[in-house]
Design a protein around this ligand. Sequence first.
Ligand code: TF8
Length: 338
Amino acid sequence: MSMLRRTLLATAAVAALAAPFASLAQDFKPRLIRFGYGLNEQSNQGRAVKVFAEAVEKASGGKMKVRAIGAAALGPDTQMQQALIGGAQEMMVGSTATLVGISKEMALWDTPFLFNNAKEADAVLDGPIGQKVMDKLQDKGLVGLAYWENGFRNLTNTKRPVTKLEDLDGIKLRVMQNNVYLDSFKLLGANAVPLPFSELFSALETKTVDGQENPYNTILSSKFYEVQKYLSVTNHVYSPWIVTVSKKWWDGLSKDEQKVLLDAARSARDFERKDTRDEAAKALAELKAKGMQINELPATESARMREKLASVNTAIAANVGAELWSETQAALGKLRGG
Ligand code: TF8
């Protein structure tokens, strides 16, 4: 056997031996990740953060630890976003809608009736358009890792079932802290009041507001059925969550550490979307059993709402830029077989 051949064989043997221990050779430092979120531990959000935390700890051989802090104990979305930007907190998951003040392209996801179903949402959010919108965060001190599902939003209130556009007249409706939501519900005739989610239950309980809008899962996990009578199925917008990281902190991580976080955010996303959809499928019956009165919105009324909101679309297109807007419309056309 030639010298060269013997060396090659020996190198191969060492590589084969080392392979199972590859993770030991990876560059992990002890890291504590404070991961904040707004819903409670028993929510779809809480369950997914737990899955994320376990994936990170496992993939880093226990070096990277996630301290999950729910129920807005670190503050509402906007406060956590600032903590991430400043480097005082490492990670969070929250609504894309509360990021619009920081990164205007996020308003794309506030477009009323943008997606017809979850399949369209997944395709656009996980595709090049979703990535482009997410990447815009980097200039603002945030790194986006993955979109999770909050879901299609529906209306609840204590005044009356909303079966037609006019039923919204004068209803004091809490909206997220986001101008598209504020303008949309004003256009629809409601008296829209922006409030952080963490103040919502008590605002409903004390009748500071009459109603709110959120996916079934949240109406259930946040026990809004205790303080809301009517649920009107409007599906007026698909609302994503986004997992974000402090860029200040992220830039100090090794490539291996960054990969662990990205992979875990994506695997937790897949878990979360399935969990959320399974829960949503059963939630209506549960909310009914809890005493809520549920009504569908007739297609003609849904169409009237869309028409009323046409000017919002124009404003969003101007905000996010004509190019991103038309790219999105083209992608949706393609998905719909156009
Ligand atoms: C809202 C949102 C919230 C989420 C959550 C706190 O109505 O839908 O449920 O942002 O992350 O504020």
